[in-house]
Design a protein around this ligand. Structure first.
Ligand code: C2O
Length: 547
C-alpha cells in the first residue's frame, strides 16, 4: 500500500436549509464533509486542525484500527478531544478491509454536521465479487436541525426529557422537495440507461433508522458495513444509524418517460418524538435534463413507520459471501459468553432540579445490564489503562449478565432505575467472545443499532422475545453469518454475535442512536496485549492531545 495524506480543517460555515441560514461546524467548509478514499493496505494520515471553539475528535467508523487504537477517535475513550488551535494526525493502516465506511465527529452531538464518506477500494487488480459498476455514488442519509444540535442535547440532558426532533432528513445534506422551500436543495442522481451503478448508502442520521427506496427500480444488496454479502434483491433497504449498505442499481435499458423519486423515512417503534418526515431525491435519466419539467414523477411507497416485521425480515436476509477469497472466519469455540440486557430506563431527578422525564420526577437514562455509562473527563480510558496503569479512571466489574433477570420483553419490573458508572470488561488477547444482546421493554420496546469499535463481529443468531439459552443456540448459523460492525437489535428481540478479541486497546460498544448514547447506552471492552511483539498496542503518537 501507499500513504495518503489528508487535512481536515475544522471550521465554521454558513449554510442555508429550510429557508434559514445558520452557522455550522464543518470540515474544510464542506457539508457533508470531504470524501476520504484509500485502498486496502494503504496507510492514511489525516491531520485534523481545530479552528473552532468546540472540542472535536474524529472516529473512522468501521476501521479496525489493528494495534492503532490511538487513532480510533471517540473522545475520552481513546483520546482527549482536540482543542481550538490544536491538531492531531490520525495515522492508521487499512488492513484486511474494503468497502463503504464513513467518518464522523465523536463528541457530544458534533457529528450532526461533521461527517463524510470513507471509501476503501479493493487492492489494485482485485475485482469486486459482483459485476464491475459503471459508476459509484455515495449517498449519506442525515438529519438537519434548525436549532444548534449541541443545544438540543444539552436541553434534553438538563430537563431529563426526550430531545427535540430534527427538522428534516437529508440525502448528501439536501432535504428535497417534500420540505418547505427546499426544491432547489434536492439531491439528484443523473444516470444513463442500461448501466450498473454502485450506490454506497450510509446512514449518518443521529437518531433515526431509515427505510430507503427508489421508485420502479430493484436494488441488489452486495455489501454491509464493508463486508461482502451474498447478493439479494429488494425494493426497500433499512439502515440503522451507523450502518452502511452497498446496493447495485441497474438502470432501465431504454430512456423511460419519467423521473423517479428516491425516498427515506424512519422506522421507529418507541415513544417520544422523532422527525417522521420524508426526504426525497430524484433519479433522472440523463437525456431528460432539458425537458424534465414535462416528465411525470413516479413515487414509491415505504412500509409503515413501526414495521418491525419488515425490519426483522430484512435483517435476516444478510449472509456472508463466505467464498474462498472472502471466507467467514466465525469463531467455532467460545471462550467467554456474555448476556447484555440493553434498553432505556430512568434516573432519579436531582433534588434541586425539575425533570420532565418519564414520571416527571425522573430523567431518561439508558443502560446495559443496568449500568448507565459515564465517560471520564480528565483523560481517556485508553491513556488511563495503557499509559498510567496506576491511575485507572474505570472499574473492571462491568456486569456480564443482568443482576436480576426479568421478563425482558414483557411487563418490566417496577424498579427500572439504573446505576451510573464507568465500568469495562477486560479480555485477554485472542479471546473468542459470544455476546447475546437482549432488547428490553422498559419504557417501550425500541430497536437499538449496536456498534462495536475495533472489530467486526458475526451475527450468529437472532429472534423475538426473550433469548432462550436451551433452545436458541441450536439454531445458530456458524457457516455464513453476516459480518458487520453495527447490528440492529430488533424491537422486542435479541441478537447473538461472536468476535475474536485480536486487537489490543479500549473499544467502545454503544447504541448508535445518538440520544441513547448520550443517556449512557454504552460500555467498553479492554483487550489486553498479547505476548508476541506484533500482538501489542503501538505506543501513542507524540502529538497525542492532552486533556
Ligand atoms: Cu460511528 Cu462510536 O461510532
Amino acid at each position: 500500500g501507499i500513504t495518503r495524506h489528508y487535512q481536515f480543517d475544522i471550521q465554521l460555515k454558513n449554510i442555508t436549509r429550510l429557508c434559514k441560514t445558520k452557522t455550522i461546524v464543518t470540515v474544510n467548509g464542506k457539508f457533508p464533509g470531504p470524501r476520504v478514499t484509500a485502498r486496502e493496505g494503504d496507510n492514511l494520515q489525516i491531520k485534523v486542525v481545530n479552528h473552532v471553539s468546540n472540542n472535536i475528535s474524529i472516529h473512522w467508523h468501521g476501521i479496525r484500527q489493528l494495534r492503532s487504537g490511538w487513532a480510533d477517535g471517540p473522545s475520552y475513550v481513546t483520546q482527549c478531544p482536540i482543542r481550538m488551535g490544536q491538531s492531531y494526525v490520525y495515522n492508521f493502516t487499512v488492513t484486511g478491509q474494503r468497502g463503504t465506511l464513513w467518518w464522523h465527529a465523536h463528541i457530544q452531538w458534533m457529528r450532526a454536521t461533521v461527517y463524510g464518506p470513507l471509501i476503501i477500494l479493493p487492492k489494485l487488480h482485485q475485482p469486486y465479487p459482483f459485476p464491475k459498476p459503471y459508476k459509484q455514488v455515495p449517498i449519506l442519509f442525515g438529519e438537519w436541525f434548525n436549532a444548534d444540535p449541541q443545544a438540543v442535547v444539552q436541553q434534553a440532558l438538563q430537563t431529563g426529557a426526550g430531545p427535540n426532533a430534527s427538522d428534516a432528513h437529508t440525502f448528501n445534506g439536501l432535504p428535497g422537495p417534500l420540505y418547505n422551500c427546499s426544491t432547489k436543495d434536492t439531491y439528484k442522481l443523473m444516470v444513463k440507461p442500461g448501466k450498473t451503478y454502485l450506490l454506497r448508502l450510509i446512514n449518518a442520521a443521529l437518531n433515526d433508522e431509515l427505510f430507503f427506496t427508489i421508485a420502479n427500480h430493484t436494488l441488489t444488496v452486495v455489501e454491509a458495513d464493508a463486508c461482502y454479502v451474498k447478493p439479494f434483491q429488494t425494493n426497500i433497504v433499512l439502515l440503522g444509524p451507523g450502518q452502511t449498505t452497498n446496493v447495485l442499481l441497474k438502470t432501465k435499458p431504454i430512456y423511460p418517460n419519467a423521473t423517479f423519486y428516491m425516498l427515506a423515512r424512519p422506522y421507529f417503534t418507541g415513544q417520544g418524538t422523532i422527525d417522521n418526515t420524508t426526504v426525497a431525491g430524484i433519479l433522472q435519466y440523463q437525456h431528460h435534463t432539458k425537458s424534465s419539467k414535462n416528465l411525470s414523477i413516479i413515487k414509491p411507497s415505504l412500509p409503515p413507520i413501526n414495521s418491525t416485521s419488515y425490519a426483522a425480515n430484512f435483517t435476516k436476509m444478510f449472509r456472508s459471501l463466505a467464498s474462498s477469497t472472502f471466507p467467514a472466519n466465525v469463531p467455532k469455540v467460545v471462550d467467554k459468553q456474555y448476556f447484555f440486557a440493553i434498553g432505556l430506563g430512568t434516573n432519579p431527578c436531582p433534588k434541586n432540579q425539575t425533570c420532565q422525564g418519564p414520571t416527571n420526577t425522573t430523567k431518561f437514562a439508558a443502560s446495559i445490564n443496568n449500568v448507565s455509562f459515564i465517560l471520564p473527563n480528565k483523560t481517556s480510558l485508553l491513556q488511563s489503562y495503557f499509559v498510567g496503569k496506576s491511575k485507572n479512571v474505570f472499574m473492571t466489574d462491568f456486569p456480564t449478565a443482568p443482576i436480576i433477570p426479568f421478563n425482558y420483553t414483557g411487563t418490566p419490573p417496577n424498579n427500572t432505575m439504573v446505576s451510573r458508572g464507568t465500568k469495562v470488561v477486560v479480555l485477554k488477547y485472542n479471546t473468542t467472545v459470544e455476546l447475546v444482546l437482549q432488547g428490553t421493554s422498559i419504557l417501550g420496546i425500541e430497536a437499538h443499532p449496536i456498534h462495536l469499535h475495533g472489530f467486526n463481529f458475526y451475527v450468529v443468531g437472532q429472534g423475538f422475545g426473550n433469548f432462550n439459552p436451551a433452545r436458541d443456540p441450536k439454531h445458530y448459523n456458524l457457516v455464513d453469518p453476516v459480518e458487520r460492525n453495527t447490528i440492529n437489535i430488533p424491537s422486542g428481540g435479541w441478537v447473538a454475535i461472536r468476535f475474536l478479541a485480536d486487537n489490543p486497546g479500549v473499544w467502545l460498544m454503544h447504541c448508535h442512536i445518538e440520544i441513547h448514547l448520550s443517556w449512557g447506552l454504552t460500555m467498553a471492552w479492554v483487550v489486553l496485549d498479547g505476548d508476541l511483539p506484533n500482538q501489542k498496542l503501538l505506543p501513542p503518537p507524540s502529538d497525542f492531545p492532552k486533556c
